[in-house]
Design a protein around this ligand. Structure first.
Ligand code: GLU
Length: 281
């Protein structure tokens, strides 16, 4: 981590739905931290999921954030246009022996996801279930120089503790192989995973501090492993508490009633959205 570099942050929305109250507060925190540091704030659109990303959500996201008074440095960076960079990272990681191809089917993985011990742990909706290592010993022959039509996983150093000091939530500690397993870095449809693309972008864009929701704490541990494997420095981390609904469930894009534009249409002000209580938290 380079503590002396000028602050460079990023907003990284996924255009797969409308932004809700929780996003507004996290993005506003990112904006405020960048402004207070007289730093730069980039806008990175995480639009790699071609099935779920929509142009109308990109427009809605940019408009909602602008309405909230959040400003960023143009131009907007689209992950969908940075394929070559991710492919290069796949290649370097594969050459260094960190990756292996995985031929497990969706059905096989789904049966793992519903194993009783996983249910007890109540994994976060976005979190991958712990991979049992079925394909770990597969030969990672990369003679073709490209990932081909296969899934690729990162071989995590089992038992290694990944620690970081979160600037908001304090010391964090996750054990590879226990809190998360060998995670996807490349999908057979030819796209990099969120973990790979995010780590590569944060390094390439020289981000000094990542501000995002606390649902991504375990992703941070995975991304630290990717950054280390690529010999890249780590940014600082600042995870924001999640906004939850009346039932203590974290807000998701399906909570349309709390979408920023719906609240705005009901006459809620920017101050209400950023600081109001709504009987939720
Ligand atoms: N695009 C990701 C999301 O909306 C967040 C990425 C990040 O801040 O690293 O969940």
């Amino acid at each position: 981590m380079n503590g002396n570099a000028p602050y460079r942050g990023r907003l990284a929305p996924s255009p797969t739905g409308l932004l809700h109250l929780g996003h507004a507060r996290t993005f506003f925190t990112a904006f405020t931290r960048a402004s207070n540091a007289s730093g730069t704030l980039l806008m990175r659109m995480d639009d790699l999921d071609t099935d779920r990303s929509r142009a109308e959500y990109i427009d809605a996201t940019l408009e909602d954030l602008a309405w909230l008074g959040i400003r960023w440095t143009e131009p907007v960076i689209y992950q969908s246009r940075r394929h070559a960079l991710y492919l290069d990272a796949w290649h370097r990681l594969a050459q260094l022996g960190w990756l292996y191809p995985c031929s497990c089917t969706r059905r096989e993985l789904a049966s793992i996801a519903t194993a009783p011990h996983e249910l007890e742990q109540q994994p976060q909706p976005d979190d991958e279930p712990i991979y049992p290592g079925t394909c770990r010993s597969a030969s990672s022959n990369i003679s073709h120089g490209n990932p081909g039509n296969q899934n690729w996983r990162f071989r995590v150093p089992d038992g290694e503790v990944v620690e970081f000091l979160d600037k908001n939530l304090g010391p964090q500690r996750f054990t590879a192989g226990v809190d998360f397993g060998d995670f996807l870095v490349w999908r057979r449809d030819g796209t990099p995973s969120y973990q790979l693309a995010c780590a590569v972008d944060d390094a390439d864009l020289a981000i000094t501090e990542v501000v995002r929701g606390a649902d991504l704490l375990k992703s941070t541990a995975r991304q630290i492993l990717i950054l280390r494997a690529l010999s890249q420095p780590q940014p600082a981390w600042f995870h924001c508490p999640l906004v939850t609904d009346q039932n203590n469930q974290r807000l998701a894009k399906r909570h349309d009633a709390l979408a920023i534009r719906k609240l705005r249409a009901q006459g809620r002000t920017v101050a209400d959205i950023l600081h109001g209580n709504f009987g939720l938290i």
